[in-house]
Design a protein around this ligand. Sequence first.
Ligand code: SAH
Length: 381
Amino acid sequence: MCIHFGRCGGCTYLDIPYEEELKIKRELLESDLGEYASLLGEFHPAPITAAYRNKMELAFGDEGKDGCLALGMRKKRSMYEVATPTDCILICDDFKKIINYVLAFFRATQETFFHRKLHTGTLRHLTLRRGEFTGEILLMLSTTSTLKTPLKPFIEGLIALPIEGKIVGILHAANDGVADAVKNENITLLHGRDHYYENICNLKFKVSMFSFFQTNSRGAEVLYDVIKKFTGEGADAALDLYCGTGTISQVIASHYKKVVGVELIDEAILAARENAQLNNINNCEFFTGDVNDKVEAITPQGSYTIIVDPPRDGLHPKALEKISALSAERLIYVACKPKSMTRDLPILLQSGYTLEKIEAVDMFPRTPHVEAIAVLRRADT
Ligand code: SAH
């Protein structure tokens, strides 16, 4: 199915039917959940299993030692070699056309890829994002500041590409750092706007280049439906911790009098506020802050639900301690790495919560990742 299978580091389950993959993933999840596995209920399959990624971060490199300029995913255990994803099943045709264009454009210039050890060359990364339901595409080229090639023809060529969606914004990042990371520094808007829109769960979301947004929009709808179901009859208020661009807050807003979202990245919070306005939602408030510090200061009055959707490492011990000390009626734990949740659960249970149910959503078909959602209730509320 893919010439890079086993080498690019992306897919794990490309050579088996999807039903088989789901079975394996459920077993792996049960093993990750350990003593809590018996509470695992529905395992929701992915709505689509191909071309689902709405974000790709690609690196410039070479195809093999001293080979042609390439643009793609880093090959496993390789510093410079990348696999150009011409037949990758996870990405859509529009992304492939853009990747091919960018590659052809720079192959026709004198530019070379930024060498991670020697620090020579100029071309670093290409980041692609798109609204699955809106067709809007946002892209960013990252290079060192020494790039010589004028970018005007590059932009014109991109806009003229015969693609299904629409390129709504092109950004350029000048990055002279040695770390192999896409940085939110020295960004110039070359064309259009610095954000795109996505429509999910009948709501509209503005997403900027560095804001977190679930990488599988159709899968996110399934995930958010499970969270909504787990909120039950709701309560006076909800705390949406690690809220990103405020998606969960807005999806569940109608179940609560008030929802408060907290997130570390200011850009995401500004987008969350704008998104709530766009959707005419007036009962959500969003604050920039570290969950480890802020959480007790924003505890609402009356009955409330806490939703946590932390990064892969799970809850920081400080946050775990503070959240355990709060007396929410319900706690919904959304885990992109279920093993981290399994580690955090005993502390929450010791503090008086009872684990009611766990469900899972296959957000990332063909890869080993699954999202688990647990609902906990406080026995004493
Ligand atoms: N719930 C959101 C995003 C969850 S991803 C959604 O469904 O779209 C996790 C988010 O946690 C990221 O946006 C990240 O920036 C944020 N984050 C990471 N550490 C944090 C911390 N200590 N305090 C607050 N937010 C944090």
